[in-house]
Design a protein around this ligand. Structure first.
Ligand SMILES: Cc1cc2nc3c(=O)[nH]c(=O)nc-3n(C[C@H](O)[C@H](O)[C@H](O)COP(=O)(O)O)c2cc1C
Length: 180
């Protein structure tokens, strides 16, 4: 799939079919995150592939989002902050979030390319997710992703996005025209 097509067709999906994806496709998507930029090339990201239905149900509860329970898999993305914070101190906190986003976007675009559907889940109770998956307390849970195939009978179109001229400035903040 062309990059431009993957970027524009990616969308959040909340209705999953019962068809179980080949887990190797999900590993391919996780692998693509390794190629994203990381401050000092120090990778802080960790990925947990969850296939246990009961754990996925508990993740649904921890996020108070019922549709999560219908997913065939979930991937929980964590950051180990220690190396980046040691290297960059205060700014390291920003870097950790930025590189989590960069890795996640690679992951999402690859899922799109292999035909899988997901939705970014950022709303959840951290402690609950940590308990379900035995994540140590010093590790941050960035987000998680219920994964499956989109339900054929309930397919949604990609959302309309903000127009370019509402986010683009020239030379200084707030200047919407090029030139003088
Ligand atoms: C940081 C972040 C947190 C999000 N958390 C949730 C969430 O908890 N539940 C949910 O349904 N969608 C969540 N989303 C998905 C957004 O609602 C979705 O990306 C947005 O509506 C745009 O739709 P699209 O992904 O189809 O382009 C989150 C997205 C981001 C980037």
């Amino acid at each position: 799939m062309e990059l431009d097509k993957a970027i524009k067709s990616r969308k959040s999906v909340k209705k999953f079919s019962k068809k179980k994806p080949d887990w190797r496709k999900i590993i391919e998507a996780i692998d693509s995150a390794r190629y994203s930029p990381m401050a000092g090339n120090l990778c802080s990201l960790k990925f947990i592939l969850v296939s246990d239905k009961e754990k996925i149900r508990q993740l649904s509860k921890a996020s108070e989002q019922e549709f999560v329970a219908d997913a065939q898999y979930a991937v929980v993305i964590c950051s180990n902050p220690s190396i980046t914070l040691n290297a960059y101190e205060e700014r390291g906190g920003n870097y950790l979030k930025q590189q989590a986003g960069a890795g996640i976007q690679n992951f999402l675009l690859k899922l799109e390319e292999v035909g899988l559907a997901t939705c970014w889940i950022g709303h959840f109770v951290d402690e609950k997710v940590k308990n379900i998956l035995k994540i140590p307390k010093e590790i941050n849970v960035e987000a998680f992703f219920p994964i499956g195939y989109e339900k054929e009978t309930a397919k949604t179109k990609p959302k309309r996005k903000i127009e370019l001229d509402r986010i683009l400035y020239f030379e200084e903040y707030g200047k919407s025209r090029m030139g003088r």
